[in-house]
Design a protein around this ligand. Structure first.
Ligand code: ADP
Length: 246
């Protein structure tokens, strides 16, 4: 692991990777990348690489797990063994189980769960390369994969972290900021601005926390535009298909 940098923000207000404090890392997404999944999305965000796959709605077995009045949503966040510098031990860990739970709760509120009683929707997020912010990256990709699968939703959910370095709040932490910063606050929100996930590592003042929410809202607005553009690209691709008889 690299050493703690002396300064995270230079005299011009730029961060170690050249971003302003309120700027997110470059993000690109591709939809429908897996032919066997009902919906899928590949996301690159900075150096993070995440693949999300959705299966369902389909009948849930064993039947005793079925919910009478809604669909069951299962979400598995997983880091590939090769996704970080040191190999990660395969299989669930305390960290991945916790992330899977809070991330599912972050996007579940927008899914119209009552439409598929007794069924299950399985969502898998595989982190192929990790570089800080993987839980939020996985939520962003999973929501696009859900939409790709045709799951009825009230809207999208977008996620981003705000942190604190050199006494200043910064949007979308990079790896050194995540490792050595004073705070890391991952959040997720719906298109209506309803917050569905807040976690906090480190300390901020109540005023800083309010500002962090505002910064995060702006970051999520930008991410939602990229998510929508990715979804639109699916239909542009369909328009390009020649369906004439000759
Ligand atoms: P997030 O990826 O959501 O920011 P953390 O704050 O827990 O989650 O982790 C920050 C970063 O630390 C990860 O993105 C990853 O690059 C690295 N990391 C997390 N867990 C491990 C691990 N078990 N081994 C090596 N690196 C890890």
């Amino acid at each position: 692991m690299s050493d703690k940098p002396e300064k995270f923000i230079d005299e011009n207000g730029l961060r170690l990777d050249g971003r302003r404090v309120d700027e997110i890392r470059p993000m690109k997404m591709e939809i429908g990348v897996l032919s066997r999944a009902d919906g899928s999305c590949y996301l690159e965000w900075g150096k993070n690489k995440v693949l999300a796959a959705v299966y369902g709605p389909r009948e849930l077995h064993p039947r005793r797990l079925q919910k009478a009045d809604s669909v069951l949503i299962r979400y598995r966040y997983n880091m590939a063994a090769f996704s970080v510098e040191d190999r990660i031990r395969p299989g669930p860990s305390r960290r991945s189980i916790e992330i899977s739970k809070v991330s599912r709760e972050a996007f579940e509120p927008v899914v119209l769960t009552h439409l598929y009683p007794g069924a299950v929707i399985d969502v898998f997020a595989e982190v192929l390369q990790a570089d800080a912010g993987t839980r939020t990256a996985a939520i962003n990709a999973a929501c696009v994969a859900l939409a790709d699968a045709g799951i009825p939703m009230k809207g999208l959910v977008s996620a981003c972290a705000v942190g604190k370095v050199d006494g200043q709040l910064v949007l979308d932490l990079n790896k050194p900021e995540d490792n050595y910063g004073d705070a890391d606050i991952p959040m997720a929100m719906t298109s209506d601005g309803e917050i569905t996930l807040v976690q906090m590592d480190g300390d901020v003042t109540p005023e800083e926390f309010k500002k962090a929410i505002e910064m995060c809202k702006e970051g999520c607005r930008q991410i939602m535009e990229i998510q929508k553009e990715t979804l639109r690209s699916k239909f542009t691709k369909l328009e390009d298909v020649d369906i004439s008889d000759d």
